[in-house]
Design a protein around this ligand. Structure first.
Ligand code: UDP
Ligand code: MG
Length: 321
């Protein structure tokens, strides 16, 4: 039985040796149990020596496969490329920085072998070592998205998971460009078992996620999986129109029936209304824009990534030289 392990790498030259060692240990442990492995490293346009490190590994180890992107396409694209290239009966995605502990994999394999589930997914129960403010916003995000989305997106869920072939094929069918894997994993369904672990700090290098990148990712996630914000704009529009109507009736009664006139006629209320309605219109336009923008990008049907080289083309190059 073949197990594919996919590792998206972006500037990970320092972490890769640690990870590779851990993966080799895993392989040595599992081979007597009848498992064989392929390690698929996806180099997401790194600017350091990641590419060379991967090539060295592939040169010495027949189980190492690789895909190189022509530029940085993001982790989502790297995961998709890896899944597409994978041939294993079980497939796992794990980070290069050891934050997804490879020590969990034997347990995951066992769960699938015993047919307890189709997916074993890892979940962080602590966010120790992460900036407080980032944890706070992350928690807020999961609360918000789970209120709007019909599938459950677990807080602390990582992209680290071992899946059966059938699940991978399902995921590959969702070929949208702005990918939000946490949602896609939940959306395809299947029986999922969660294994919990505490947060591990990365072995080397730095996180590639700035706060701004995470914020954009959060917006992508919400817009990709729900049209609830559109409804929100509609509801806000309706309620403001209703409030304005009540206000109008109130002034009508005051002026026409009770004959009370204001000293400063109409000015403050007018100003408030214009600002209020103007704001609402802008908000609704912004929300619409988000969706139209996405439709525009999807209709272009661009590929999710572009390869500059993989193990097949890479081999021909090394034969030539
Ligand atoms: N990564 C990637 N492309 C990117 C950013 C990150 O392939 O544009 C990879 C990175 O090399 C790592 C994984 O995605 O293997 C997770 O990234 P990181 O550790 O920086 O994120 P964090 O664990 O801090 O959320
Ligand atoms: Mg990490």
């Amino acid at each position: 039985m073949l197990i594919s392990l996919i590792v998206p790498c972006y500037n990970e030259e320092q972490s890769l040796p640690f990870l590779y060692e851990a993966l080799c240990n895993l392989r040595n442990e599992q081979e007597p149990l009848g498992k064989s492995f392929e390690f698929i490293f996806v180099n997401d346009g790194s600017t350091d020596r990641t590419k060379e490190v991967i090539k060295d590994m592939a040169f010495l180890d027949k189980d190492v496969r690789y895909i190189f992107f022509s530029r940085n396409f993001g982790k989502e694209a790297a995961m998709y490329a890896g899944l597409e290239a994978s041939k294993g009966d079980y497939v796992a995605i794990l980070d290069a920085d050891m934050q997804d502990p490879p020590s969990l994999i034997p347990g995951m394999i066992e769960s699938l072998d015993k047919d307890e589930c189709d997916i074993v997914a890892a979940r962080r129960v602590t966010r120790k070592g992460e900036p407080k403010i980032r944890s706070f916003f992350a928690r807020m995000f999961y609360k918000l998205i789970n209120r709007m989305v019909e599938v459950e997106i677990a807080d602390g869920a990582r992209d680290f998971r071992l899946m059966r072939r059938i699940v991978v094929d399902a995921i590959l069918q969702l070929s949208e460009r702005q990918r939000f894997s946490k949602g896609i994993f939940a959306w395809v369904g299947f029986r999922t078992k969660w294994v919990e672990h505490v947060n591990v700090e990365r072995v080397a290098g730095e996180t590639k996620w700035s706060f701004w990148k995470l914020f954009k990712y959060a917006i992508d996630g919400i817009v990709a999986f729900t049209t609830a914000p559109l409804r929100l704009a509609t509801i806000a529009g309706f309620s403001s129109a209703f409030a304005a109507f009540i206000y109008m009736v109130y002034y009508f009664i005051r002026a026409v029936i009770l004959k009370i006139y204001n000293e400063v006629p109409g000015y403050p209320s007018l100003l408030c209304f214009i600002l209020f309605i103007g704001g609402l219109i802008l908000m609704a336009l912004g929300v619409l824009g988000e969706y139209i923008g996405r439709t525009y990008i999807e209709t272009k049907g661009r590929p999710i990534y572009i390869k500059s080289e993989d193990e097949n083309t890479g081999k021909t190059i090394s034969q030539d030289t």
